[in-house]
Ligand binder design. Structure first.
Ligand code: GLN
Length: 492
């Protein structure tokens, strides 16, 4: 079969379980596509062909024996921020270019237990800092919809790999939008779960109070399958919450769009820099949801102007602390011929970290230093609480909140936006992480250059099922999520 990559995850599992094709055939099909097509997209940092085929063969044995679990034999790509035992994990950085983790991240381990086949590790902005994936030591990834544009970031490799059909689904992480924004730029569905829903164990830390892993795929249904694998309490992550997980797949029709109250924040649709096409497509999608029975309710989110400054203080502050561990001593890059310990630290870090990461370490260290701590860090934490309260108040009168995922469609590669311009592009995603809420991106059409536009739905705590369900029903009534970039139509 030449079109295995066109199957949904459900169809893949059905095909595997009814022996229409084997996991080896499916895996080989993706490996062929990666070999032929990823030379243009550059979504993978590491392709683990040999291990993948071995895992596929093992999956085929289990399938034949009739002992398969739902996803046995289905391939996946992992963001290169998840530690993988025996396989290089770089976090997009030169400082981890030689790093082979001695253990698997919980998300990766759970994937193995579920029988998933790892195709490889995909590109990302260095330490997940960025919105374009250009801040990767391994070079830029192209947007499958237009190769001269970025796929977004930081989970740009995950998004590009799925959008080019170089993986059926992928893991991502979202600290301030890194699942939702690349999903939006590449025309995919991506879910950022409630903080604490997915284990952070073995997920390389950027800003620990904001980081959360989640699924990226074509549809809400595909995401639900991966979410069933990723979600759950983990004793190895003290911030993972001991709370029953839903069955996200069987819950896909649990919430009705009929009667759903969708909050439309006044402040969000008046943001300077909101592209006219993005605004129009998002409004059309809301109109569609209204036709399906939802009620649109205008709401206030008064803290909107504080999102960017608050996040860009707290995230670098946590990053400056988290990234202290890369010092060239025990693992990672070490400079050549250090004259003494200070020289070793200094040069290993200045040679190993890229510019954006160094900038954020400096900002974070400054904000945390004695004398500035109260004025910056403590103040940002107080504003963070107000942002959270703003959302909780809104959820008293609405079920979900709608917004664009990003004010624009994908930037051109090399656009070289100033930090301020770049950071303002995160306006719609940051508050969700500051408040710890779940949110989802769904593709809702294209701009005049045929680049995808995304709708974001933000839910109350633990409402992942509801978000997936609403998007699933929208996707039953529309076909934006089935659109494929020309490069995904190519056969390997
Ligand atoms: N673009 C944001 C940043 O640069 C968010 C990144 C993320 O979610 N990892 O920090």
């Amino acid at each position: 079969m030449t079109d295995l990559h066109r199957l949904s995850i459900r169809e893949m599992t059905e095909g595997l379980n009814s022996a229409q094709f084997s996991s080896r055939e499916l895996t080989q099909h993706y490996l062929n596509r990666i070999a032929h097509i990823d030379t243009q997209v550059h979504s993978y940092i590491t392709v683990t062909a040999e291990q993948a085929l071995a895992q596929a063969d093992a999956a085929d044995v289990v399938l034949k024996a009739g002992n398969a679990s739902v996803l046995t034999g289905v391939p996946i790509a992992h963001k290169d921020i998840f530690c993988t035992q025996g396989i290089k994990t770089t976090a997009g950085s030169k400082i981890l270019d030689n790093f082979i983790s001695p253990y698997d991240a919980t998300v990766v381990a759970k994937g193995k237990v579920a029988g998933l086949v790892t195709l490889g590790k995909v590109n990302m902005d260095e330490f997940a800092m960025g919105s374009t994936s250009e801040n990767s030591f391994y070079g830029a990834t192209a947007n499958p919809w237009n190769l001269s544009h970025v796929p977004g970031g930081s989970s740009g490799g995950s998004a590009a790999a799925v959008a080019a059909d170089l993986a059926p689904f992928a893991t991502g992480t979202d600290t301030g939008g890194s699942i939702r924004q690349p999903a939006s730029f590449c025309g995919l569905t991506g879910l950022k779960p409630t903080y604490g829903r997915v284990s952070r164990f073995g997920m390389i830390a950027y800003a620990s109070s904001l980081d959360q892993g989640g699924p990226m795929a074509r549809s809400a249904e595909d995401c639900a399958y991966l979410m069933n694998v990723m979600a759950g309490h983990d004793a190895k992550d003290s911030t993972s919450v001991e709370k029953d997980v839903d069955n996200y797949v069987t819950n896909l029709n649990a919430t009705s769009v009929k009667g759903l109250r969708i909050g439309i924040p006044k402040q969000y649709f008046n943001v300077a820099g909101l592209d006219a096409d993005v605004k129009a497509r998002v409004e059309e999608s809301l109109k569609k949801l209204e036709e399906m029975g939802a009620t649109l309710v205008e709401i206030d989110l008064n803290m909107t102007e504080s999102y960017v400054p608050t996040y860009y203080l707290i995230a670098p502050a946590e990053a400056s602390s988290n990234l202290q561990r890369y010092d060239g001593v025990r693992y990672g890059y070490r400079c050549e011929n250090p004259v003494d310990l200070t020289d070793l630290y200094k040069r290993s870090r200045s040679e190993g970290f890229g510019k954006e990461v160094q900038q954020r370490i400096l900002i974070g260290t400054y904000a945390l230093s004695a004398g500035y701590y109260d004025a910056y860090y403590v103040k940002a934490q107080k504003v963070r609480r107000l942002i959270q309260q703003d959302f909780l108040k809104a959820f008293e009168s609405v079920d979900v909140i709608a917004a664009p995922s990003a004010p624009t469609t994908a930037y051109k590669i090399g656009a070289n936006l100033s930090p301020t311009e770049m950071y303002l592009g995160d306006i719609y995603t940051l508050a969700v992480n500051l408040a710890g809420l779940p949110a989802i991106n769904a593709p809702v059409g294209f701009d005049q250059n045929n680049l995808p536009v995304g709708l974001q739905l933000i839910g109350n705590y633990w409402s992942e099922s509801q978000l997936l369900s609403v998007v699933h029903q929208y996707q039953q009534a529309t076909d934006w999520h089935t659109k494929r970039a020309a490069i995904a139509e190519e056969n390997a």
